[in-house]
Design a protein around this ligand. Structure first.
Ligand code: FPP
Length: 246
């Protein structure tokens, strides 16, 4: 098996954690048991990423559209999330992980918002990996919000049409200040982006695996990272230009 090159890891890794429901259904278990098992995978991947020295890990944990799921599933997911934050904050402190959230906080229950804010405040002085959970997150909503805020600044004369660059616009997104993802993993065989980081994924390498999220283990994770390391990122240039460093 080919070893991992530690100097060639994605700086920012994003993951669409999919297939918890199918994992459970295949075993005649309730969907929520699939999510519970999914939380164990979250622990493994967060810990591995931090040990490997990945600087930014962004996990799609709950989409704007997930609110439309049966109420009991939404309630259970929120309860799991609250438990996860309580259990994991001490571990984040031990691993020097900084915790961050993107998405629409207005849609989250108050107790969850408070728990998230506490975890962010507690870990804000850490200098290791930045772990971002996308919660109540939708990329089109994020872009519209950015456009609205940008329009306000333009009308107020704080930004002119000439100022408008990719970088300036990126700063209006929830992910402002984060580098764009280098690598996106989606589990469970679905080959879609599903309203996740649409602007930010412009040059991201995409990786899809059949494995459901609860089964995605360290071995699968390393396979994905090795696959990333074998790729050549050209950003629209030719291989020749890249070799010559033009
Ligand atoms: C997709 O599986 C997963 C989700 C909607 C949520 C992901 C949530 C977790 C891994 C657990 C909670 C997370 C944290 C960080 C505490 P699915 O239900 O869409 O699966 P399916 O497509 O097979 O139905």
């Amino acid at each position: 098996m080919q070893a991992l090159e530690l100097e060639k890891l994605p700086r920012h890794l994003a993951i669409i954690m999919d297939g918890n429901g199918r994992w459970a259904q295949e075993r005649m278990l309730s969907r929520i048991l699939g999510h519970k098992k999914g939380v164990e995978t979250v622990r493994t991947i967060v810990e591995e990423s931090s040990l490997l020295g990945i600087q930014y890990l962004t996990l799609f944990a709950f989409s704007s559209e997930n609110w439309l799921r049966p109420k009991s599933e939404v309630r259970s997911l929120m309860a799991l999330l609250k438990k996860y934050i309580a259990m994991e904050t001490p571990r984040m402190m031990r691993n020097n992980i900084r915790f961050n959230v993107i998405g629409n906080p207005d849609e989250l229950p108050d107790d969850i918002t408070k728990a998230l804010q506490t975890a962010m405040a507690k870990t804000s002085g850490n200098s290791g990996m930045l772990l971002t959970l996308a919660l109540s997150y939708g990329s089109r909503q994020e872009i519209l919000r950015a456009v609205a805020n940008l329009a306000v600044d333009m009308v107020a004369g704080r930004v002119s049409k000439e100022d408008l660059t990719d970088d300036l616009f990126s700063g209006y997104l929830y992910t402002g200040g984060l580098p764009e993802p280098d690598f996106l993993i989606r589990t469970s065989g679905e080959m879609r982006i599903s309203n996740f980081l649409l602007w930010q994924l412009a040059y991201t390498e995409l990786y899809f695996t059949q494995v459901n999220w609860p089964d995605f283990d360290k071995g699968h994770f390393y396979d994905a990272l090795r696959n990333f390391q074998a790729r050549e990122r050209r950003y629209g240039l030719t291989s020749d230009q890249l070799r010559k460093g033009e």
